[in-house]
Design a protein around this ligand. Structure first.
Ligand code: ATP
Ligand code: ATP
Ligand code: MG
Ligand code: MG
Ligand code: MG
Ligand code: MG
Ligand code: MG
Length: 278
């Protein structure tokens, strides 16, 4: 485009490139989903259709953006992890976040009728906010993922017990809250079992563990590979790693994207899928 006297305004744009060589996590979260879930009659504590809709949207986002390594979702939130070598949009935060948020929202709306055929969407429509955070080491990234999954577990155990007290125990929310105040996990398990015959272990894995979305390659048998987390910090020859990175990118783009409900806190998940963090 030709220069104009107006063009100086471009200089007001601030750079927001994220720190190089760090794992970028973009976490999105449904805006006002407490209200939204009531409006559309989500089952409490877990509406399966709503979670599967979140997973379908996340899967579509991953299919469109091969730079995403793995994603983790629970409730109305999803975290998308960009590989530390990712150079999409020159790592500009606003570009990455806005692209994820709008792609996710578009698919959420697109897939809505498949998951809620009886309740058409009407304004106010679902929307999501998003942020990007950089994690410098694999350990930091894994701790981030663990943090989200622990949160899922704590909230789900609480919510499962809370709603059992209300739905099966016929007490109101205030009383249920009072009953659970100061209780530990063991107490909640006990309430569920002794009062309602519910064994928490038998709850759906999707509710207990959340959802992990990743590209599926051949699994590595436990104990047979020698890649370690520390390898992440070793310098690589620049030339070789460029071709390698390009090959990886192509392979990644072709792989099947799966949604599973696995433990991502323990080493096993990562040890068996070394391509996720290498
Ligand atoms: P904010 O805009 O600040 O995020 P919010 O109302 O969305 O506000 P969150 O902390 O994100 O607050 O909580 C999400 C809400 O959506 C919770 O109340 C949760 O119970 C509800 N929710 C999300 N997914 C489901 C689901 N699959 N089934 C039942 N309820 C759900
Ligand atoms: P990027 O992802 O970098 O933004 P882009 O292809 O969207 O790539 P833009 O610079 O945003 O590039 O240009 C928008 C493109 O969409 C142009 O090619 C423009 O001609 C086309 N376009 C947008 N709106 C219209 C419209 N209403 N009618 C015809 N063409 C349109
Ligand atoms: Mg444009
Ligand atoms: Mg929020
Ligand atoms: Mg929310
Ligand atoms: Mg939330
Ligand atoms: Mg454009």
């Amino acid at each position: 485009m030709a220069n104009s006297k107006f063009e100086y305004v471009k200089q007001f744009e601030q750079p927001d490139n994220l720190l190089p060589n760090t794992w970028v996590v973009v976490r999105i979260d449904g805006r006002g989903f407490t209200k939204f879930s009531t409006k559309y009659g989500f089952e409490k504590p877990n509406d399966k259709r709503a979670l599967e809709l979140m997973n379908a949207a996340a899967r579509a986002v991953m299919a469109e953006l091969p730079d995403i390594t793995i994603a983790y979702g629970v409730s109305d939130e999803y975290s998308f992890v960009f590989h530390k070598t990712c150079s999409l949009f020159e790592r500009r935060s606003s570009k990455l976040v806005s692209t994820i948020v709008s792609t996710f929202t578009a698919y959420y709306v697109h897939f809505w009728s498949t998951h809620f055929p009886e309740t058409p969407l009407s304004p106010p429509l679902p929307s999501f906010d998003g942020r990007a955070v950089c994690y410098p080491t694999v350990q930091n990234l894994r701790d981030y993922m663990s943090w989200r999954q622990v949160d899922c577990h704590i909230n789900n155990l609480y919510n499962t017990t809370f709603w059992a007290l209300i739905q099966l125990g016929s007490i109101d929310a205030t009383e249920a809250e009072k009953t659970l105040k100061g209780t530990y996990a063991a107490d909640k398990n006990e309430i569920l079992f002794s009062k309602f015959g519910i064994n928490y272990n038998n709850e759906l894995e999707m509710y207990k563990k959340g959802s992990v979305v990743f590209r599926d390659y051949e699994l590595v048998e436990p104990g047979t590979h020698n890649t370690t987390i520390e390898a992440d910090n070793l310098a690589e020859p620049a030339q070789q790693s460029k071709t390698q990175a390009e090959n990886d990118r192509k392979r990644r783009a072709k792989a099947r994207i799966v949604v599973e409900h696995l433990d991502i806190i323990k080493d096993e998940f990562w040890d068996r899928r070394p391509w996720l963090l290498s």
